[in-house]
Design a protein around this ligand. Structure first.
Ligand code: URA
Length: 242
């Protein structure tokens, strides 16, 4: 968040001093509301106008990564009034939406953006974007189970693509296994259904990374803007810049 006069000056409209005058004169609005207060802070993703003209010609593109908490819906709105992932995001007034889906009880990496083109490419099966999941499974996972997952298992009338599965550990006392699964498909409840297909139940699911973006350093419910380098890399992965 920056002072409004600074954003106007940085957009090349006028000097910071002149911008202060425009604000006091009631000629500046933020997201449709006239602002006359000089201390007002805004974000470059806000819709800022001077004399009703937007200061940025094109819509600013916003790219965020959220560490999705449990019990949130990965949609913009929920008919049942449940908390959505947008409720976790502060200070971004753009119409952003999630890139793909995560279940209500799944935690971890969820990208959000208003860049529809990139979002489509990232979710299109042909781009084979890697997603890494850490699944906690009830019971013991054997070497044979890992092989089956890696070779592909059938659910909903279709076999899953070959993938990478690693048994991280088996906790004998708690009778739970932790499996790291790297897949590029994104079918509905894909991970849970893959384990169900080998007779196992997922009791906890976390997405550790999506297209190489991880939730490292973010607590559940916390988000951050992607760096320019990260956005560039995402575009490269989807062939946008090639
Ligand atoms: N697979 C699932 O089963 N659930 C998710 O939320 C994501 C992948």
């Amino acid at each position: 968040m920056e002072r409004l006069q600074k954003i106007i000056a940085q957009a090349g409209i006028c000097s910071r001093r002149k911008a202060e005058e425009l604000i006091v004169q009631g000629r500046v609005s933020v997201n449709g509301k006239v602002i006359t207060e000089l201390g007002f802070k805004a974000d470059i993703s806000d819709k800022i106008t001077v004399d009703n003209k937007p200061i940025f010609k094109k819509e600013r593109l916003v790219y965020l990564v959220l560490n999705k908490p449990r019990n949130t819906v990965a949609t913009v709105k929920d008919d049942r009034g449940r908390k959505t992932v947008l409720d976790c995001i502060e200070n971004v007034h753009k119409r952003i939406y999630p890139v793909g889906r995560l279940d209500y009880d799944t935690t971890g990496v969820l990208l959000l953006t208003n860049d529809g083109e990139l979002a489509n490419k990232l979710t299109h099966p042909s781009n084979e974007i890697d997603k890494v999941y850490i699944a906690t499974i009830k019971g013991e996972i054997t070497k044979e189970d890992i092989e089956k997952l890696e070779n592909g298992v059938e659910f909903d009338g279709k076999t899953s693509s070959p993938c990478k599965a690693v048994l991280n550990k088996y906790n004998k006392d708690k009778d739970k296994s932790i499996v790291e699964l790297t897949i590029h498909e994104g079918r509905n409840h894909q991970v849970k259904k893959m384990f169900e297909a080998i007779g196992k139940e997922v009791i906890k699911l976390h997405r550790d990374s999506f297209a190489g973006i991880s939730s490292k350093g973010l607590y559940e419910g916390q988000s951050r803007k992607l760096t320019d380098a990260e956005v560039k890399e995402l575009k490269k992965l989807t062939n946008k810049d090639k």
